[in-house]
Ligand binder design. Structure first.
Ligand code: EPZ
Length: 416
């Protein structure tokens, strides 16, 4: 599968565009299952996870035609109600096909996603949401079977604003008879982007804060939609500029989507300039310590926790990073310690005592965001850092080495 080689110590500079959001592309692709008519998506990132979801919906009977960042998804023959275990087990987001298939066919069988490095990954809230729409759901032999004689509107109050559960119910409710209310739903920009697409497909969705009201329709139609930019990629590239002591501009972003992140990095003393659809970090010296807690949007995103930790590891004091979303988000710690980082973890709280410098090492990416943290640490480390497991990084970052190279990084992708 290859590895990345990073030579540290070269300040980055320049401008780089941001792709469409992975976490908008996945549910949007799944939403195409709600109609036989063509769905056209633009700004679709070239990522492993996107290939996986397209494989999943292709196996279910969709015809997928891709031309760079443009995607045409159309119905081709009959829709299957049984998802391919291979792709669903590879990626948790594939579990989102359950609601749309159930709504279209009255019966769907989807393997349980299983855990990932971040945690057990339960889907109880997804299932409770579908049950609130009248579905009969049972989990056996590692798969969920959901059945319904036509979904009907209901009410689900989520104990936690789960991104996936909100998306699952929004899609299923769009074809349910009557009105559905989702209380304490997720308002992540990617969820709001899915709502935009569903509305274009004919779904009637009102939202007020974390409450969504969906008036179901008998059928939805095709639509064309441009995805929002990837705020996680943008945050990661800005931190790459910051950790290298350089000046980097990310283009094609929505600064408001990164407000909590911008507040935190500014509190470390990082100078950030905001322009129209762009953000620029300026050389700002070593970061000052901060205390951060991840939270559902508009709080600090858990996906930028690992890259931020890499940045804070070369800070001037001791920072506190509390993780409230995933039980195993500290997968990056061993790697940063191997590079000379000083990080202590107790439960879900990490304390990062900044060091003057890191040193290169030979490491492996345990998951998408931890992988990004290791790449960032490699940009500032003394000597060379070799990073294996890059298929994890490729799941969430499109050709990360090409983008960093454009900014002057000494980074190469090598084959084994
Ligand atoms: C989405 O995951 C993102 N993935 C994740 O990004 C992101 O970290 C996460 O939201 C939080 O922002 C996609 O959008 C494809 P959740 P999702 O449902 O939908 C618990 C990345 O790197 N939970 O909000 O899985 C769950 O265990 C990925 O791009 C239940 O207990 O997130 C977790 O602890 C990683 N029961 C928490 O809630 C449920 O039924 C957050 O899950 C559902 C979730």
């Amino acid at each position: 599968m290859g590895y990345l080689l990073v030579e540290g110590g070269h300040p980055l500079s320049g401008r780089v565009p941001v792709e469409g959001a992975k976490n908008a592309a996945l549910p949007a692709s799944v939403a195409s299952l709600l109609t036989d008519e063509p769905v056209v998506l633009h700004r679709v990132p070239q990522l492993r996870d996107v290939s996986t979801i397209l494989l999943t919906i292709g196996d279910l009977g969709k015809r997928v035609i891709r031309n760079g960042a443009d995607l045409l998804i159309r119905g081709e023959g009959t829709l299957s109600g049984e998802a391919n275990p291979y792709s669903v087990r590879k990626m948790r987001a594939s579990f989102l096909v359950l609601g749309p298939l159930l709504a279209r066919l009255g019966r769907a069988v989807v393997p349980l996603p299983g855990g990932c490095s971040l945690g057990e990954g339960p889907v109880d809230l997804h299932l409770r949401g579908l049950e609130a729409l009248g579905a009969r759901v049972r989990a056996e032999k590692g798969a969920v079977t959901a059945e319904a004689d036509g979904l009907r509107g209901g009410r689900i109050e989520l104990p936690f604003p789960s991104v996936g559960a909100t998306e699952q119910v929004l899609m299923a409710a769009s074809l349910a008879e009557g009105e559905t209310e989702i209380v304490n739903g997720s308002i992540e920009p990617e969820v709001v982007d899915l709502v935009r697409l569903l509305r274009k497909m004919g779904s009637e969705i009102e939202s007020n804060g974390r409450t969504y009201r969906v008036a179901g329709r008998a059928a939805l139609h095709g639509a064309e939609h441009t995805l929002i930019p990837d705020r996680m990629e943008a945050g990661t590239l800005l931190l790459a500029g910051a950790i290298s002591g350089g000046e980097v501009t990310v283009e094609g972003v929505v600064p408001d989507h990164l407000r909590a992140f911008l507040d935190v990095v500014s509190a470390t003393g990082l100078r950030v300039e905001e322009g129209d659809g762009e953000l620029t970090v300026l050389p700002s010296g070593r970061p000052s310590p901060v205390s951060v807690e991840t939270a559902p949007y508009p709080g600090f995103p858990t996906d930028l926790h690992p890259p931020l930790a890499a940045y804070l590891s070369i800070g001037t004091g001791t920072s506190r990073l509390a993780e409230t979303i995933f039980e195993h988000r500290f997968t990056y710690v061993d790697a940063l310690r191997a590079m000379g980082g000083r990080i202590a973890v107790s439960g879900r709280v990490g304390s990062i005592t900044g060091v003057k410098g890191l040193r290169g090492s030979s490491l492996s990416a345990p998951d998408i965001r931890a992988g990004a943290a290791i790449v960032l640490a490699g940009l500032v480390a003394e000597g060379e850092t070799k990073i294996g497991g890059i298929e994890q990084i490729d799941r969430g970052y499109a050709s990360i080495e090409e983008k960093l190279k454009r900014l002057g990084a000494r980074i190469e992708r090598q084959n084994d």
